[in-house]
Design a protein around this ligand. Structure first.
Ligand code: ADP
Ligand code: MG
Ligand code: MG
Length: 445
């Protein structure tokens, strides 16, 4: 269904806006002409808005991009209109944010649990092993972090089969797009303020999104808690915009730097413990029966968390490995990696499991298996690199959460806005930076 049409000629942009499934709200054939013109106009207006308001990313096609400041920028890929999202699931996802923040903090304090859960992964995954080494060193010296800052993002999809909100993963390091996601909500609001009437869409149904401001406030509050007004050479807060991927450690120097930061008295966002809590393996361990109860007391909170857990299995479960080989399309195979593009699906999943089984040893311990979630697909106008096209898409909603604690005092524990990402439904992965998805916002229904 995809039609790649460069912005000029503008008419072509509208493509199938008026088809029966079109998400634009109004449909009578008489309005077809008008609607096509509106979509056309909006796509151009939106691209200009992006340039003016800094809704831009580095342009891979420009070799100087990323080396010379201000050179080689392109509008971020975006959905032309916000995606409909039921208000009840929106409320549920927001309510989960402070509970997950709490959970991360509690789990981070149990060093033995983190080491034990990841002990088999460590034998086959060098990256995880290096992170665990740093963590073990901190345990040896009883390093305590009195002030703990978490800037998280918990991601969800709506499973169409069960009509439920299910968690994809919880990010505890470099949770991306608080800045651009706030801007996309603003872009959509601007477009609907101008064109909402003819589209039958009300801009007030796009929730406010202050993710960027709220994350910045959390960082400044951490600085305040650190309480060293004469900083001089003292670093109070370390925020990691990298460090979650093996590529970020090309030599021993980066590992030494990571260790040095961990040993320091600065507030780490995240600490090595918080980082490890966000691994896929820990997500899977926490989904086992009676594990949440070890970390949380409130039964209602536990029930809310469990309700959003999809099926998660370690690969020492022979029964599930057998089922996944038989029905690979019902599962996702995940290594201990972040940043998109690492998961294994379908035929590759089957081949990988068969191969790893043959290899024997601990090779399987590098992965977890997850129930595949199937969101309902809808038709969406996507704009990428100045090109607007329409395709069947599915979406993933991320809720940002900020947590700040100083000893027994919880200074901050909130949801902080959202990130909606929409991707062509035939694509498995979802990362915007990795080139799979576009930025989006939501229209509450
Ligand atoms: P990463 O840390 O690399 O972002 P994710 O667990 O978020 O890893 O997986 C990447 C993408 O793969 C997600 O954004 C989503 O689009 C897709 N995905 C992950 N898990 C599932 C699942 N259980 N069902 C369907 N799609 C999934
Ligand atoms: Mg992740
Ligand atoms: Mg992800």
């Amino acid at each position: 269904a995809a039609r790649h049409v460069a912005l000029p000629p503008r008419r072509a942009v509208a493509s199938r806006a008026m088809s029966a499934e079109a998400p634009l709200g109004v449909a009578p054939a008489a309005a077809e002409e008008e609607m096509a013109a509106v979509v056309d106009e909006m796509a151009e207006e939106a691209a200009v808005w992006c340039a003016v308001h800094g809704l831009v990313v580095g342009d891979r096609a420009e070799p100087r991009s990323g080396t010379i400041p201000g050179v080689g920028l392109v509008h971020a890929p975006f959905a032309l209109l916000p995606t409909r999202f039921p208000a009840s699931f929106w409320k549920q996802a927001r309510e989960l944010a402070p509970i997950f923040n709490d959970l991360v903090d509690r789990v981070s304090l149990d060093g033995e649990f983190l080491q034990d859960s990841l002990s088999r992964t460590r034998q086959v995954d060098d990256f995880t092993s290096r992170l665990l080494d740093i963590h073990a060193k901190m345990m040896e010296v009883n390093k305590e972090e009195d002030i703990r800052l978490g800037l998280h993002r918990s991601d969800y999809m709506l499973d169409s089969g069960t009509n439920s909100l299910l968690q994809i993963e919880l990010n505890t390091i470099s949770s991306s797009f608080p800045g651009l996601s706030s801007l996309v909500s603003e872009l959509h609001r601007t477009l609907l303020n101008r064109h909402g009437k003819v589209l039958g869409l009300d801009s007030k149904r796009i929730p406010q999104n202050w993710a960027a401001t709220q994350f910045a406030e959390a960082l400044s509050m951490a600085w305040t808690e650190f309480n060293n007004k004469r900083d001089g050479q003292t670093v109070s807060v370390v925020y990691f915009r990298a460090g979650y991927s093996p590529n970020d450690y090309p030599s021993e120097a980066e590992w030494r730097a990571r260790l040095l930061m961990e040993q320091s008295s600065a507030i780490k966002c995240p600490s090595i413990s918080y980082h490890l809590v966000g691994t896929k393996k820990i997500q899977q361990e926490l989904a086992k029966p009676n594990i949440l109860e070890r970390f949380l007391n409130n039964k209602e909170d536990i029930a809310k968390l469990r309700k959003c857990f999809a099926g998660l299995w370690s690969l020492d479960n022979e029964e599930i490995v057998k089922t996944a080989i038989e029905k690979p399309d019902l599962f996702v195979l995940k290594p201990q990696r972040e940043g998109g593009g690492n998961n294994i699906y379908g035929y590759d999943l089957r081949e990988t499991l068969v191969r790893l089984q043959k290899e024997q040893g601990e090779a399987l311990a590098a992965y977890i298996l997850m129930q595949r979630i199937f969101p309902r697909a809808s038709l969406t106008h996507l704009v990428q690199g100045g090109v607007c096209f329409e395709d069947l898409t599915i979406s993933e909603l991320g809720i940002f959460g900020a947590y700040l604690r100083n000893k027994d005092k919880v200074v901050l524990n909130n949801q902080c806005g959202y990130l909606m990402r929409t991707k062509v439904s035939s694509s498995n992965e979802g990362g915007v930076a990795a080139g799979f998805a576009v930025l989006d916002s939501i229209l509450l229904t």
